[in-house]
Design a protein around this ligand. Structure first.
Ligand code: ADP
Ligand code: GLC
Length: 482
């Protein structure tokens, strides 16, 4: 039986992206189509979204949506069936989806994303020309009020799923906005949207959605503990019966080393030796010595505390001490950016740093480095280590969240069993990271073992087929229980 789902997200690859959420929002719908689930995706009408929308049709109008007129447009873009909320006073701005050009949160983010959620609930209830989904699937805090509007509204409604991609971003706004947001007084309660005296958008979704998920089984465990729960562990423990972890995949068409247009030399598991040309191209691109006999470590990351980038800075002596090089692409905290640029200046030819967002270079790093470093302090799932597996760049990861679930450490038993795919260290700290870098460098010098790990890594299942099956089962279970 075909089921239909409305996915609500604040970013979607390739139109608007600040991180992995966009990748998931862009890749899950086509994967679900293979499971007989027809997905429409509702996103804010940012300029890049409106520009990409093919033959848009106005399917809904609102004279005054938080201070201005809004239209809901339906059309295709980037291979997806999209609803775009065209509300110029909320979304037609230069800068990022959540922040201005200086990185400050837009002061009206509460209203911007409440608007998205209000329209989501209206669409989900069938208010828009004949479309009535079986499931509403909300992603992260920006979509967190959608299950709340469904819960407090009148009449029949579809089932709702709330997926948290990162518990660190919770969307808290002052309680006095309750009426303006369109929520009833009774919603401001512990079993409603109230969160430590404020209104919590993510809390609302986690409390009021029929099912909740996060993006890996290990993270689903971690967030139920006081250490990992960021204030929401009690709620998540209480809702354990409807809470599950479903690993992300990566888009195997976008991330395919055999066809990747960003790689000067394409390769696959049968021809990994071709990576040598990509390694050289990467070294040239980042001003590194073009030396085939040095292990090249790569990083593609937001430069933040979550990602352990300060641990990386502290571990640079290990990279250099083991005769290695570093190729890093990232952007984020100013102090980390400065620290990395200083390190690059101090070690020309050995440490190459490119700040900013660069899709093409991200692919070249995956295809050209020998090992990808992901020393996160916590990681709900992580996508870069999945890309690294597919590209034969052996991941060096901390044992947290989705990293723990997707990389098999090259310890003695795993080497013997022939199943290792990378290097896992614990806890996330400079010394364990340095030791893991040392293990990777040593194994790299033993060509044959390394080649075996590379083969394992490249044949790991990192696509969306398996996860899509799980989401489809979740949707079906939910809709048949209602
Ligand atoms: P998060 O969403 O927490 O940042 P993920 O690993 O889930 O982490 O997803 C990050 C995504 O963003 C990946 O697709 C990665 O390739 C991409 N990415 C991160 N930083 C950059 C960058 N500086 N340039 C290009 N792509 C980047
Ligand atoms: C978040 C998490 C990351 C995850 C991504 C997609 O950005 O930080 O671990 O892979 O969402 O789910």
């Amino acid at each position: 039986m075909t089921l239909s789902a409305l996915s609500v997200a604040s970013e979607v690859y390739p139109l608007v992206k600040t991180g992995g959420l966009a990748d998931v929002a862009g890749a899950l719908p086509p994967a679900l189509a293979g499971e007989g689930i027809a997905v429409h995706t509702l996103v804010p009408g940012y300029p890049a979204v409106l520009a990409a929308l093919q033959s848009p049709e106005v399917v809904h109008r609102n004279e005054d949506l938080f201070g201005g007129p809004a239209r809901l447009l339906a059309g295709r873009a980037a291979g997806l069936d999209l609803f775009a909320l065209d509300a110029p006073h909320l979304f037609d701005r230069p800068g990022g989806p959540y922040t201005d050009a200086q990185g400050r949160d837009w002061p009206d983010n509460a209203q911007r994303f409440a608007a998205l959620c209000r329209i989501a609930a209206a669409v989900a209830r069938g208010a828009v020309g004949g479309y009535a989904p079986d499931v509403l699937h909300a992603h992260d805090w920006q979509a967190g009020l959608a299950p709340a509007f469904l819960h407090y509204g009148e009449g029949p409604r579809p089932g709702s799923v709330m997926t948290v991609h990162n518990l660190a971003f919770q969307g808290q706004v002052p309680a006095h906005l309750l009426a303006e947001l369109g929520l009833p007084p009774r919603a401001l309660a512990i079993d409603g949207v109230e969160y430590y005296g404020s209104i919590g958008y993510l809390k609302a979704g986690l409390q009021l959605a029929d099912r909740i998920t996060t993006v890996s089984p290990s993270y689903a465990e971690e967030v139920r503990t006081p250490e990992g729960g960021m204030g929401l562990d009690g709620l998540l423990r209480a809702r354990a019966a409807v809470f599950s972890g479903i690993l992300n995949g990566i888009d195997e068409a976008t991330w395919n080393p055999a066809t990747d247009p960003h790689l000067p030399a394409r390769f696959d598991a049968r021809r990994p030796a071709r990576r040598a040309a990509d390694k050289r191209a990467l070294q040239e691109r980042l001003g590194l010595a073009t030396d085939a006999s040095t292990p090249l470590f790569g990083v593609v990351s937001r430069l933040t505390w979550q990602k352990g980038m300060d641990l990386l800075v502290a571990a640079l002596p290990a990279v250099l001490g083991h005769g290695g090089q570093l190729a890093l692409l990232g952007s984020g905290d100013a102090s980390l950016e400065r620290g990395l640029l200083d390190a690059a200046a101090a070690h020309p030819g050995r440490i190459g740093v490119q700040l900013g967002y660069d899709e093409a270079l991200a692919h070249l790093i995956q295809g050209g480095c020998d090992a990808l470093l992901v020393p996160s302090r916590f990681e709900p799932c992580g996508l870069t280590q999945l890309c690294a597996l597919r590209y034969g760049a052996l991941p060096v990861v901390s044992r947290v969240g989705g990293l723990a679930d997707t990389v098999i450490d090259a310890n003695e038993a795993a080497l013997e069993a022939g199943v290792a795919t990378g290097f896992v260290f614990s806890p996330p700290g400079p010394a364990p990271l340095q030791a893991a870098i040392g293990r990777a460098a040593a194994l790299w010098r033993e060509g044959e073992q390394w080649a075996r790990l590379q083969r394992n890594a490249m044949s790991a299942d990192v696509g969306w087929t398996r996860p899509a099956r799980r989401y489809a089962a979740l949707y079906r279970g939910l809709s048949s229980s209602r």
